[in-house]
Design a binder for this molecule. Structure first.
Ligand code: PLP
Length: 370
């Protein structure tokens, strides 16, 4: 039978008519970049995240880049972040000429270990960039405390976390900037590329708006050196439709997570072989469903042989990436991150996944461990 890791066609089957109508409207409008579709999405997304400003941009990677540009982070500066995330987190720091400084992760949530951040701050530190990995917020109370004490801005990499919450605040509303990705596989996915920067800081948001359009403050007057980071109107239109379903999809993902827990428990795997995700108080949106398992690579092969979708996020920590060798870190510097990269794997999770499919994933894993 098999179970896909993700099947976007099921989502399209449910809301395709609405999406097509929204796309046709843009096609007929003749406004293909920026314009009312983008403005409408920005307004709805700002409200959803509980922030004053949302600026639609070309991708999550560009959201991170533009946030750092707006903070004037550059050569000679350091940005404290996690070694365990998608490449764009550290890549964006290097691309503005700054140095990523890594702090190991908390082995339970896989997010940056806030208790270790302060030791990594130097006089060159220009920002802190936590990632809300897999859809659960980092410890933002502790991180914002440290940031306040050191007068540092916080750039949240919220690419995987739209709608996730901690202490009543949504991802993207904790820091100076929240950076989101609408890559198609995200909980809120475009039909192509897209991203967003959120902020409660008026000046910062204004700067981001200018930077996304070559730093332009008035027609062909360039206040800053920016780039073309504009959001496509078609993507904004599709995202506006999908945003109306996001909370429902999150509830369905949470239901999938609860079903996994019940079935792993039933199979006698939950308290020994398979370490299930830990849900902290707040709202975990289950962008990914990550388990920690013994013999991870063998299990991965077994699942693939049975056509059960699975993947490794992420097989290498940043300090192990060839392109970051120049940073001078060595194996063993971030043991929890390295352990997670060897012991964890992602199982299928998406709103339309059925209980039977979850059952098939669990029984295929149970077969491996008999
Ligand atoms: C944690 C994280 N940061 C940044 C990005 C970059 O987003 P994008 O692919 O939209 O450029 C992604 C996703 O791809 C991500 O998961």
């Amino acid at each position: 039978m098999g179970v896909p890791l993700l099947d976007l066609k099921r989502q399209y089957a449910a809301i395709g008519d609405e999406l097509e109508a929204a796309l046709i409207e843009v096609a007929r409008s003749g406004m293909y970049t920026g314009g009312p579709a983008v403005e409408g999405f920005e307004k709805a997304a700002a409200e959803y995240c509980g922030v004053a400003h949302a600026v639609g941009v070309s991708s999550g990677t560009d959201a991170l880049l533009i946030a750092l540009m707006a903070l004037e982070v550059g050569p000679g500066d350091e940005v404290v972040t996690t070694p365990y995330s998608f490449f764009a987190t550290a890549g964006s720091i290097s691309r503005v000429g700054a140095r990523p400084v890594f702090v190991d992760i908390d082995p339970v949530t896989y997010n940056i270990d806030a208790s270790k951040i302060e030791a990594a701050i130097t006089e060159r530190t220009k920002a802190i960039m936590p990632v809300h990995l897999y859809g659960q917020c980092a410890d933002m109370t502790a991180i914002n405390d440290i940031a306040r004490r050191h007068d540092l801005p916080v750039v949240e990499d919220a690419a995987q976390a739209i709608g996730s919450e901690r202490d009543g605040t949504r991802a993207g509303a904790f820091g100076t900037a929240g950076c989101f990705s609408f890559y198609p596989t995200k909980n809120l996915g475009a039909m192509g590329e897209g991203g967003m920067v959120t902020s409660n800081d008026n000046d910062f948001a204004q700067r981001v708006r200018q930077l996304r359009n070559h730093g332009m403050s008035a027609q062909y007057r360039h206040e800053h050196i920016g780039g073309n980071f504009r959001m496509h109107a078609m993507q904004a239109a599709a995202l506006s439709v999908k945003l109306n379903y996001l909370d429902q999809w999150i509830v369905q993902r949470q239901r999938v997570a609860a079903t996994y827990r019940a079935k792993f428990t039933e199979a006698g795997l939950a308290d020994g072989k398979v370490t299930l995700p830990t849900e902290l108080p707040g709202r975990h949106i289950y962008h990914q469903y990550i388990v920690r398992v013994p013999q991870r690579d063998e299990l991965l092969q077994h699942l693939r042989d049975q056509q059960v979708g699975c993947n490794i996020f992420y097989p290498l920590s940043f300090h192990e990436q060839p392109c970051f060798a120049y940073l001078g870190y060595k194996a063993g510097d971030f043991p929890e991150s390295e352990k997670a990269s060897h012991e964890t794997m992602a199982l299928p999770v998406f709103a339309e996944l059925t209980d039977d499919e979850v059952g098939e994933v669990v029984s295929t894993i149970a077969d491996f461990y008999v």
